[in-house]
Write a protein that binds this ligand. Sequence first.
Ligand SMILES: [Zn+2]
Length: 441
Amino acid sequence: MKRKEPSSKEKHIVYMNSAGFCAFPTCSKKLVEKANSKDDAAVLGELAHIVADKRQGPRGGDVLSEEDRAKHPNLILLCTEHHTIIDTQHRTYSVAVLRQMKADHENRVNQALSKAVPVPPIPLVNEKIQSTVLPITALPQAVFSAPCAFGESEYDQVKSRVQHPKRIKENDPYILTPFVLKDGRLFAFQDLSQPNPFSAVIDSNKTRHHRATEMWADQDWKKVYVNLLNRSLYKYAGGLQVRYDPEHKRFYFPVLEEGVERSVVYKSPNRAEQPRQVAWEPKFKHDGSGKGFWYHLAAGIRFHQIDDLQWCLSIRPERHLTKDGTVPLPSDKIGRKVTKLKARMYNDKYFTEIVFWRDFLSKGMPRFSFDYGNQKTVVDIQLITFDVEWAGIPGDEKLFKNEIYEDDLFTLSERSDSLSGEELEWEEWEDEAVSDTATAF
Ligand SMILES: [Zn+2]
């Protein structure tokens, strides 16, 4: 009978299933001897046949076919010593004993190595995510429209004819009168069928009533509604001497007197009034001379609908730049001064500025509102937070433990959609611009 040599693949299967150790139960000798300074590594193991490849060999009388004698189930990995023992004492080490020995060894290998290595559990950290948005707690539930003698291009004509409600008492709120012209009609939050600021330019008898929730459901009508909100904000901000720059779609602090830097006093809830520089010419450190351009605090402030009924107001701090406090800096001169915000998730300067805007707009009150007479828009100043439980980064405890708001521990999560457009490189201005905030709170 011709001896059949096991293929390389069959041999590999046995080496692998045995993990390189002698299968003899009391041995567990590793069958690779490491190299030393004089010699290469050595293979000490041997593949032994359970049923010999030849009839006259150890256990060779078994019925196993010649073909199967060269297959991996019939091969067992042993050290030289145990190979000799099983072939010499082949009546003790019968086919059944050796098959069991092989199975036991391969099971041991599996049990030791196939389990996933236990990984220490990742510590979860409870945190509040601080958003950059303020919740809107009340909105006009109705919009009114009436035919208007002026077309969409005649906004200024209408504006000059609006009769602003007079304040009777000193503490009466200013009534805001935003309006939109569309399709030959004037849209406003005031009930146009009643005495109203627009009576000089509309036909009050043909007033229509539009439900806010229905307007929000349609993109075109939603635009009308958001325009009314935006115009409320322009008017409200105007009352605080903050101007809207339509080119860059942002609010900014203009100077009040040509060439004179501007500061405002603002108040955070439960804190004393603070001064804050809002328009200034940065100076060279070495001689205090001006750098030839001006910074103005600015912010993109926008209304967003976040679900069927909930709206919010987002604040995105920016900078407005001018040549001299008044004339906008040509965009090719802005260059590096205003660039995209670098990825700075945890920038307390950014947050400080959001807090400044909301406290300035709310005049230190817990909320601020746009009053239309019978309806109003109310913005709460509690920045929306989210409770999250997530994998903490060991040792990462920096975040916002600044001295500003001890009662608000927060991380700042920037919404990618609020980061489009011009932003600034904070390092550029922070030493000069906000040196006052370190002591401001
Ligand atoms: Zn052995």
